[in-house]
Design a protein around this ligand. Sequence first.
Ligand SMILES: Cc1cc2nc3c(=O)[nH]c(=O)nc-3n(C[C@H](O)[C@H](O)[C@H](O)COP(=O)(O)OP(=O)(O)OC[C@H]3O[C@@H](n4cnc5c(N)ncnc54)[C@H](O)[C@@H]3O)c2cc1C
Length: 399
Amino acid sequence: MERVVIVGAGQAGHACARALRAEGFAGEVLLLGAEPDPPYERPPLSKEVLLEEALPDLPGRLPPIEPGVSWRGGVEVVALDRAGRRVHTRHGETIGYDALVLATGGRAARPPVPGAEDPRLPVLRDIADARRLRAGLRGGWRHLAILGGGFIGLEVAAAARLLGVEATVIEAADRLCARALPPALSEWLRATHEASGVRVLLSARAALLAPDGVTLADGTRIAADAVLVATGLKPNDELAREAGLPCAAAGGILADAAGRTEDPAVFAIGDAVALRREGLPPIRLESWAQANAMGAAAARAILGLPDTPPPLPWFWSTQGKTLIQMAGLPDGATATVTRGDPASGSFLMFLMAGDRIAQAIAVNNSREFQLARRLVERGIAVPASALADPGFALKAALR
Ligand SMILES: Cc1cc2nc3c(=O)[nH]c(=O)nc-3n(C[C@H](O)[C@H](O)[C@H](O)COP(=O)(O)OP(=O)(O)OC[C@H]3O[C@@H](n4cnc5c(N)ncnc54)[C@H](O)[C@@H]3O)c2cc1C
């Protein structure tokens, strides 16, 4: 093993390069990124980058990796030749590898609605998108329409309100964050965003998108200074697909928790992946923690080190003054237990599979989230009645 080539210099690619060095790999690590900027983290793009008065040149910049990981920006890989163990770049360069890591992330999905492909409609995926949004929100927009009531759409809506800009969220489903949150929490979020002045339209079908507004299927027109398309992520799995590597029907390169694909020399990590799971359909875990965990696990697999157990998936979202933290996955959950009074603004929800906590979700309660996360991680059974009782110390169940 002399050269590891990592395609994509984002969160996962950087984590993999860092772990290769940390695990003692002394060979060449080439980190190729299509973006001109050095590796940086994306979570601040919908939060601090919009809200902070003064910003560094590249917010969330990740540190260079020593010794000598070669990062090259502005290098887009356009084809993968698995038989020849090499990749081809847009500029006509051919680069050979002993192991290849596809860490290509994803791009903002644009829905099949007339007008959605218009590049004048902003999306939020990279630093250039965030700078554009920041400039608009701070530079004269009075009303931002946001297509999509998922985490990124809601983070931007909250930021817009904090900056004094009107925000309308247009969501096709009948509740917010429908894929990720239980109905009661969707409802709490709706009320919370509405209380801070966000207009939330549910079961609202966009029929036509334009840079100056949205027309709904029922004919309602929402005029706006800009329309942000925040309708999810499309994994960048084309390199793998075209090279004949299996991908999920719904998108994403099929790989295990250590990034192994069908080709022993090719690994895939981060947002580009649909994770294979024993007895369950593949899942895309588009999160900062998953990108880091897969990057580290793939480095070990490349070096032939034994797998370590995959860490528990976890995620957070900051929406104005609301911090949501989640640990575990809701698979198999049949009941939801609430701990604390949602009206107080600080509470937890437990998604229960029998006595087992499948997933813990905390709203504005980091302290109990850390305890709940350990309960999920260790698979500790706690009766629903105890979890629902704020007088019962979660710490006691950990002993
Ligand atoms: C606005 C925003 C806010 C977020 N907030 C949170 C949060 O609060 N909490 C949380 O847990 N997660 C959050 N996330 C998700 C998290 O940032 C991602 O899960 C993570 O960045 C995924 O890492 P990745 O390396 O797989 O993909 P990315 O970070 O997207 O990196 C992929 C890189 O690959 C490059 N690339 C793609 N194709 C090629 C190619 N062919 N050749 C060369 N380079 C290529 C891309 O240009 C990109 O730089 C947020 C994401 C966004 C966009």
